[in-house]
Design a protein around this ligand. Structure first.
Ligand code: ZN
Ligand code: FE
Length: 255
């Protein structure tokens, strides 16, 4: 059974998410940037948290947790590899692990790169993946701890999920990511259309997250290392996709 997803803007450009099951009342929070907007949303909807899912250890994804837990003593799930730098976990998970949320079997993907130990949560029935700062709308997280090859492998795992998957990522960075995509100099109508749609949404103050995995695969330069059109724009025709990804990531770091 698919579950309802609610997107909650936090801080200046973060997103947290609620996943809710109407029948049982189970509600999971993904990441905790700050308590205020999350507690407000729960109160408005009359929901009580049953689970908190943490994607990675950065402060802007966990600092709201103590105040949220004081009101909602939920079960905390995060990466075993990051147990030493995450809030105390009730369930420590690694790639391939699954746990049950209101009858849905949620699976864990290791998506290291932005940090080592970063995980994503895939809800196959809801057709959603919570990617934190790994795969983002038109972008991917900066490589603070991992290597380009690690992030390339992580993004490849995410790209292998069904195209109809909703991508719930951690930040509203899409407009800046689009400006970067333009700088790559590729002539691509689908990319141009997404850039125009993003500008239109942002001008109206509309969130561009969540996005759709099929669209990311067509337009996100970090998922298109095998695209001949992108390779041509980079003068890297025939290069190994991991090398194309490395070049695109390097350019973004100095953009
Ligand atoms: Zn982060
Ligand atoms: Fe972040």
């Amino acid at each position: 059974m698919p579950h309802q997803i609610v997107t909650i803007p936090c801080l200046s450009d973060n997103y947290a998410f609620l996943i809710h099951d109407d029948t049982s009342g189970a509600t999971a929070l993904v990441d905790a940037p700050e308590p205020g907007p999350i507690l407000d949303e729960l109160k408005t909807r009359g929901w009580t948290l049953s689970h908190v899912l943490l994607t990675h250890h950065h402060w802007d994804h966990i600092d709201g947790l103590p105040d949220i837990l004081a009101a909602h003593p939920a079960k905390i799930i995060g990466a075993k590899a990051d147990e030493h730098r995450l809030p105390p976990l009730d369930l420590a998970v690694t790639e391939g692990d699954t746990f049950e949320f209101a009858g849905e079997s949620v699976s864990i993907l290791d998506v290291s790169g932005h940090t080592v130990g970063h995980i994503a949560f895939h809800f196959p029935d809801t057709a959603a993946v919570f990617t934190g700062d790994s795969l983002m709308a038109m972008g991917c997280g900066r490589l603070f701890e991992g290597t380009p090859a690690q992030m390339f492998a992580s993004l490849s795992k995410l790209a292998a999920l069904p195209d109809a998957t909703t991508v719930c990522s951690g930040h509203e960075y899409t407009a800046a990511n689009c400006a970067f995509a333009v700088s790559l100099g590729e002539d691509n109508a689908t990319v141009a259309q997404r850039i125009a749609d993003t500008a239109d949404k942002r001008a109206k103050g509309i969130a561009t997250v969540p996005s759709n995995l099929g669209l990311e695969k067509q337009t996100n330069p970090f998922l298109r290392s095998a695209s001949l059109a992108l390779q041509k724009a980079l003068s890297m025709e025939g290069a190994a996709p991991v090398d194309v990804f490395t070049e695109v990531r390097k350019r973004k770091d100095t953009f």
